[in-house]
Design a protein around this ligand. Structure first.
Ligand code: HEM
Length: 451
């Protein structure tokens, strides 16, 4: 199937040259992209082939787009055929990016992946997680204290990005004095890393981003060396000191894991939180349900926010052998891109898929991956962060609401929110952490239509 066939996927069927591999597709409004994916899911061909624009700079083969829920799940759970090496991101990361993220968890398979994942899973043991849970509540309280005092008008900078950054830094034991420099470097790096940034950025020459990432990794590797000599009770110490099997991360692996956490754990959660406020503002009846009985609906709300917004749009796999899946023949070396954003709107799995419904049951979304060995390690943490923050916000600042549509960064990789303007109606309570049941609901004056 050629890019031409995809023209029909564009609402109205105008002959515009738009394709999933074309950066301009990712600048279309979400609703148009969703319609295009709905069209692709209905095609008789189970997979849609996306040709790469020809470029002498980056001669790459095209990829098969997996757009149906069943295909995304099956590919995720058949890692011996659908491998993550040599890289799980598309477009193909530049060589300098591979040098920095090369042995990152997401890009490796088999025993190497199992070994790395076992070491980094130390971040998520019940002991560490129970300590982190108390910490997450405290971070949420501090952020909402500041919101009430300062009434910021950009939700992303003041709230959504602060929450996961603080939590990850606490988890890793990053000293307070190092945090502003790390945050500045993360922001600088996310401006031009080809791995996760907009499709256009692959043409950029690495500059500040490379230096920022290298410097951040160097800083964390130094901390690792320090903790090897003087271990404390934090995660860096647990990662760099050998366990009973003699396993530990090297300094380079530690730096690479920290960069992964900054992208996988901070940006994803920040985007989910920002989309969450937008969705709750646009759907006052859903917000009212959550406010009425937070404990009952919080789990469903966090799942539905992740399904509906799908913070990570896609990851890629490479075929290790010829393989037939759901009536389609793949060849060894073929690339397939797992479009979680499309699978999460698959009408054969989710009735009324465009609706935002926090009571949706079951909700087998693939926002954290389709299962298999790479399934998101931070699911529990992400949910805890979202619950703690929305509990505090809806209790203590019930009038907080989005006033405009979120400003998105065009990207084929993540559903990234650059900024989200917000305002406050009524008054906040100012003190105390949230309790089980919430009362009062502002934010119903947000007059924007559409799902
Ligand atoms: C709403 C928030 C989040 C979303 C939507 C999300 C989504 C994802 C997705 C789609 C994957 C790839 C799954 C696959 O390939 O099968 C992934 C992997 C991963 N995530 Fe998350 N994530 C979130 C939060 C977090 C957090 C908070 C952390 C850590 C603190 C985290 C750590 C990771 C790691 C380490 C991997 C790689 C696992 C591996 O390759 O073995 N994520 N995540």
């Amino acid at each position: 199937m050629t890019a031409l066939a995809h023209q029909a996927a564009i609402p109205g069927g105008q002959p515009r040259r738009r394709d999933l591999g074309d950066p301009s597709f990712w600048e279309l409004p979400h609703s148009e992209r969703a319609q295009a994916f709905a069209f692709l899911r209905r095609l008789d061909e189970p997979q849609y082939f996306v040709e790469r624009p020809k470029s002498k700079w980056r001669p790459e083969r095209g990829f098969h787009a997996l757009v149906k829920h069943a295909d995304v799940v099956e590919a995720s759970r058949t890692p011996q055929v659908f491998a993550s090496a040599p890289g799980a991101t598309t477009p193909e990361p530049a060589r300098w990016v591979r040098a920095l993220f090369g042995d990152s968890l997401v890009n490796v398979d088999g025993p190497h992946h199992t070994q790395l994942r076992r070491i980094v899973s130390r971040a998520f043991t019940p002991r560490i997680l129970s300590r982190t849970e108390a910490d997450i509540g405290a971070v949420a309280t501090r952020i909402v204290d500041d919101v009430l005092a300062e009434r910021p008008d950009d939700f992303v900078g003041a709230v959504a990005s602060r929450m996961p950054f603080e939590v990850i830094c606490n988890l890793m034991g990053i000293p307070d004095r190092e945090r502003p420099a790390i945050l500045a470097q993360v922001n600088r790096a996310s401006g031009d890393t080809g791995v996760h940034r907009s499709a256009r950025s692959r043409f950029r020459v690495p500059g500040k981003g490379l230096r920022a990432l290298a410097s951040m990794q160097g800083m964390v590797a130094d901390l690792g060396r320090e903790r090897r000599k003087n271990p404390t009770d934090d995660l860096i110490s647990a990662l760099v000191n050998a366990d009973i099997d003699g396993q530990a991360l090297t300094g380079r692996q530690l730096g690479s894991f920290f960069s992964l956490l900054m992208v996988a754990g901070v940006e994803t959660t920040r985007n989910a939180i920002a989309h969450g406020l937008d969705l709750l503002t646009r759907h006052p009846e859903q917000r009212a349900l959550l406010v009425e009985d937070f404990d009952r609906f919080a789990e469903g709300a966090t799942e539905e926010i992740v399904r509906h917004s799908t913070p990570i749009i896609q990851f890629r796999r490479t075929l290790t052998q010829d393989h037939r899946m759901n009536g389609h023949d793949f060849r060894r070396g073929d690339k397939v891109v797992l479009f979680y954003a499309s699978a999460n709107r698959d009408e054969t799995v989710f009735p009324d898929p465009d609706a935002f419904d926090i009571t949706r049951t079951p909700n087998p979304h693939v926002g954290y991956g389709g299962g298999g060995p790479h399934y998101c390690l931070g699911t529990y943490l992400a949910k805890q962060e979202m619950k703690a923050l929305f509990r505090e916000l809806l209790t203590r600042s019930p009038g907080l609401h989005a006033t405009e549509a979120p400003v998105l960064v065009p990207s084929s990789f993540d559903n990234r929110v650059r900024s989200l303007r917000c305002a406050y109606t009524g008054t906040g309570t100012g003190t105390g952490t949230g309790t089980g049941t919430l009362a009062g609901d502002g934010g119903q004056d947000h007059a924007r239509g559409g799902a």
